[in-house]
Structures are given as C-alpha cells and as structure tokens.
Ligand binder design. Structure first.
Ligand code: DGY
Length: 322
C-alpha cells in the first residue's frame, strides 16, 4: 500500500522522523535554522496529504490552493495564528496544534521574565561586565518586589493557571481577565476576576497569555498603557501583535510604565534596529517560551501523532476549532 506523502518544513528530531516514516512517505527540509523559502514550499506541497509546519510558516489560501491533496496541517505549536484556519476549513483540511505539553515550560519562562525585569537582572549583569561596579550603594540597581505584589493575567487558560500557581508561591494577589470566567482558577488558585480596566489599574505585573486573533490585535495600546501604574511591568509571552509596539515604546520612554519583558514581537525575527531593543528596562527574548529540550521533543511528537492520525483516517487528539 502506498503511504501518504507528507512534508516537514524544518529539520526535526530524528526519532520523530522515524515515527512518521512508519506511516508516511516523508520529505523534510534539511535546514534546522533557515526557513524554507516560500517558492520552494509552494512547489513541494503539490502532492502532499500532510503538512508538518511551524509558527515561522505562513499557511494561507495561496499555499492551500497549491496543495489540492492536503488533508491536514499539523502545527508544532499551541498558537496557530500563522494558519488561515477558515481557509483550511473551507477546503476540509484539518488543522492541529500541540496544547498541554508546553504549559509548564511557558509558565516558567513567563515567571522568569517577570523576575528578570523586576530585579533588573540583565542590566545588573551588564553593569558588572562593563566595569561599572565600583562600590555598593543603597539605591544601586534597585527594582520592584515580586513577593506580595499583584499579578494581572490576561488569558486564564492552561498557561495562565500554571503562572498563577507559581505566583501563589510568592504570596502574590492574582487578578485575571478573560472572555469567560474561570471558576476553577478562582476556587483553586485564589484568582479574582476583574474588568480589563481594573486589572490594568491595579496590577504590578500585567502578563499577556491570550491567543492572538483579530480581536486581540493591539489589545494593549496607548489607552491601556496609560491606565497602568508607573511602577508596573508588562510581560508578553503570547504573541507580539497583542501589543502595539510603538505605543509601548512611548510609554516606556515617558515612564508611564516601569519596564517590559517581551518574548514575542509583531514581526519575527525582530530587526536589530528595533527601538525596543535599545531600552535598558526591556528584557527581550527570541520567542523561547516553550524552548526546553524535553518540551520541544514532546511538541514534535504530539504534532507527529496529530498528523499521522489525520492522514490515516483517525480523529487527531488536538484539532483546532476556532
Ligand atoms: C506556541 O506553541 O504557540 C509557541 O509560541 C511556540 O512554541
């Protein structure tokens, strides 16, 4: 029996490729660090049934039209804003993602950003390495306290809950805002549901953990930043487009807010001349929320299982239903 053809758009773990080879005829882009050029991608999808892709690939109507036999788009990520899900649905193409396996790793990184910004870790390390540490003095590199502070979470889903769990260990007060109330988080984590405005006004740390969509685009812009405390810190480990970067830059320069921790940007990879990269009170990371060795392997495996299920006529574990 002929196996269904699939394309993997980046080099992934060899044991995952071995698993896929059992069920599929696999073609894999051999580069690990370079994205497959669009032209090449468009040529390579013409006879595939499964596409194994990543947040760096744009899966739009043009690509789907070039792939008339496509049955499944399996994204190795929980977010899927790189995929035109409606266009896939219109063509009866299943879209899958990898929720769950990256929850704790992403919550860890979010908390790490919160700590790095509030206690000025990168600035302090630079200070030492640049020979500025001449003596100890009381106001030297002073930051904001974490213990006992108020954490505001936009998006109390899996990762939001995992972040709240960590915050409980630091005796933080937890506020959240969501499209729907999360009674479980209220009961078990002591999180309080508040309006968007209330959260912005009261939180010492505003953490963004919601999915990106047209609705959440520019969710944090000038008006929202003006509501935040001058001592508040904004942390974004969700998607760059949720924050208006120009407004954030202005708010930081005008000291409307104290600092920001960003793992994500509107356009990735971010340009070296991006204004936010110049500010000492902004900690910037190259989208590494889920980047632990174990988690990336688990994501790769889950994306492979989703794909195999779809091309062999089973219902995958994680189908995206917008
Ligand atoms: C995701 O899974 O959506 C992350 O942003 C990439 O790991």
């Amino acid at each position: 029996m002929t196996k269904p053809k699939i394309l993997i758009t980046r080099k992934i773990h060899s044991q995952v490729v071995d698993f896929l080879n059992e069920y599929c005829e696999v073609e894999m882009w051999s580069e690990e660090q370079t994205v497959m050029p669009r032209e090449t991608l468009l040529k390579k999808v013409t006879d595939i049934e499964g596409l194994y892709c990543f947040i760096s690939d744009t899966i739009d109507a043009e690509l789907l039209d070039a792939a008339p036999q496509l049955k499944v788009v399996s994204n190795m990520a929980v977010g899927y804003n790189n995929i035109d899900v409606k266009a896939c649905q219109a063509r009866h193409i299943t879209v899958t993602n990898t929720p769950g396996v990256l929850t704790d790793t992403t919550a860890d990184l979010t908390f790490a950003l919160l700590m790095a910004t509030s206690r000025r870790l990168l600035e302090a390390s630079d200070y030492l390495r640049k020979g500025k540490w001449q003596s100890w003095y009381p106001t030297q590199l002073t930051g904001q306290d974490i213990s006992g502070a108020t954490l505001g979470i936009f998006g109390m889903g899996r990762i939001g809950e995992a972040l709240a769990k960590r915050a409980n260990g630091f005796d933080m007060k937890i506020l959240y805002h969501n499209r729907h109330r999360n009674e479980q988080a209220e009961k078990t984590l002591g999180a309080m549901y508040v309006s968007k405005e209330e959260l912005l006004q009261e939180a010492d740390f505003v953490c963004l953990l919601m999915p990106y969509s047209e609705e959440t685009r520019n969710f944090i812009a000038k008006e929202e930043l003006q509501l935040m405390k001058p001592s508040a810190i904004l942390i974004n480990t969700a998607r760059g487009g949720i924050v208006n970067e120009e407004d954030l830059y202005d708010a930081l320069i005008q000291k409307q807010i104290w600092a920001a921790g960003l793992d994500v940007f509107e356009k990735e990879p971010v340009r070296l001349n991006h204004p936010l990269l110049r500010l000492p009170n902004v900690v910037t990371l190259p989208h590494i929320g889920s980047a632990s060795i174990a988690t990336r392997l688990n994501m790769a495996k889950l994306a492979a299982e989703n794909l195999v299920d779809a091309v062999t006529g089973k219902t995958p574990k994680h189908v995206v239903r917008p």
